[in-house]
Design a protein around this ligand. Structure first.
Ligand code: PMP
Length: 352
């Protein structure tokens, strides 16, 4: 059929998330979700939620959620900007902060959504090579640029960069905005939130999807100086004022209030991570040191793509990226102890 409109259509190659298979009995270690349920207080909120409230638009100030977050992070409510998952808030940061004719800098191996947002918003970018052990080299970020985004810990490697190094990057780039994506910081490492008092060019992004086991409610936030938060609000309010629905707000508040449960789950995940690294090393795997709820691992004797496909056949889903420099690695989300034991024994059967 003739399509006279085709040249006027905006075409883009989208980000492809990990599979969400629609089958029951699987071990799902492919999208860095929590293996544990959210806090029992979340269940109470859902059970007792008054559906009549859904007639009304949600609070667009998100005051209660900002209050509890400001308490745990020791920042002012005006320093918090909330959105539908950190994907949405990072996309808004790109749109709002990166309007330069110089390129945005980010590592060549990192969250693969960053270049998609650059394409979406016509932002020039330069991928800066991480070294052979996947470390981000801070000096490589001292050159002229239009902004910087760094995931810390990085994904999919799990590598963490020290707060001192992060600070040096921020300090050497006072003329641009530096976004630190801390989706995984609760599993190790020090947050850059403590630097917010010192630097107004810093934006720190967090999510409820990983350590709070709430990927399904889509809540993420940025902490930054009040002025930057104001610019983000203005851009957001220019396409949708009510991004965060009422039920998600109530659930997120309940989760933040249950700190004890949160600490318990993340400690279990950290312990399981270290045990899994050890077990895999006995099978010849080499794993990048991880401060996240996943590991990035390779076995020099067996192709990663083969292990990936074989695991799928026994309903164990991990993540494989068919990309230069990382196509011999598997990214494996940390599940429960039981799930990781099943993973290790499935791998044993595949490789031995
Ligand atoms: N940043 C990084 C580094 C991630 O891996 C992810 C998860 N895909 C996100 C941000 C987005 O997470 P969410 O939108 O669920 O908050």
């Amino acid at each position: 059929m003739n399509k006279p409109w085709i040249d006027k259509i905006r075409k883009i190659k989208p980000y492809v998330p990990g599979e969400q298979p629609d089958i029951g009995d699987i071990i799902k270690l492919n999208t860095n979700e929590s293996p544990y349920p959210p806090s029992p207080m979340v269940k109470n909120i859902i059970d007792e939620y008054d559906a009549d409230k859904l007639r009304l638009y949600p609070s667009f100030k998100c005051d209660e959620l900002k209050t509890v977050l400001s308490e745990i992070h020791n920042v002012n409510k005006n320093n918090i900007f909330l959105g539908n998952g950190s994907d949405e808030v990072i996309a808004l940061c790109f749109q709002t902060f990166f309007n330069s004719d110089k390129p945005l800098f980010f590592p060549d191996i990192t969250y693969s959504f960053y270049d998609v947002w650059c394409d979406l918003y016509n932002i020039q970018y330069k991928r800066i090579k991480v070294d052979d052990s996947f470390k981000i080299v801070k000096e490589d970020y001292f050159g002229e640029n239009g902004g910087i985004v760094i995931a810390n810990p990085n994904a999919p490697t799990g590598r963490y960069m020290s707060l001192e190094e992060i600070e040096e990057i921020i300090n050497r780039n006072l003329d641009v905005i530096v976004v630190i994506d801390e989706a995984y910081i609760d599993f190790g490492g020090e947050s850059a939130v403590s630097l917010l008092d010192k630097y107004d060019n810093l934006a720190v992004v967090r999510t409820f999807s990983k350590s709070r086991a709430l990927a399904g409610i889509r809540v993420g936030y940025v902490m930054c100086c009040e002025e930057l938060a104001g610019y983000l609000e203005a851009v957001k309010n220019s396409f949708n004022s009510y991004t965060l629905n009422s039920l998600s707000q109530a659930i997120a508040v309940a989760s933040v209030k249950d700190n004890c449960y949160f600490e318990n789950c993340r400690n279990k995940i950290i312990n399981t991570r270290e045990k899994t690294i050890l077990e895999l090393s006995k099978l010849g795997f080499q794993t990048i040191p991880s401060m996240a709820n996943f590991i990035f691992t390779t076995n020099p004797s067996i192709k990663a793509s083969f292990i990936f496909e074989e695991l799928k056949k026994v309903n164990i889903f991990v993540r494989y990226f068919d990309k230069p420099r990382i196509d011999e690695y598997l990214r494996i989300t940390i599940g429960t102890d039981d799930e990781m034991e099943k993973l290790v024994s499935a791998i044993k059967k595949i490789i031995l």
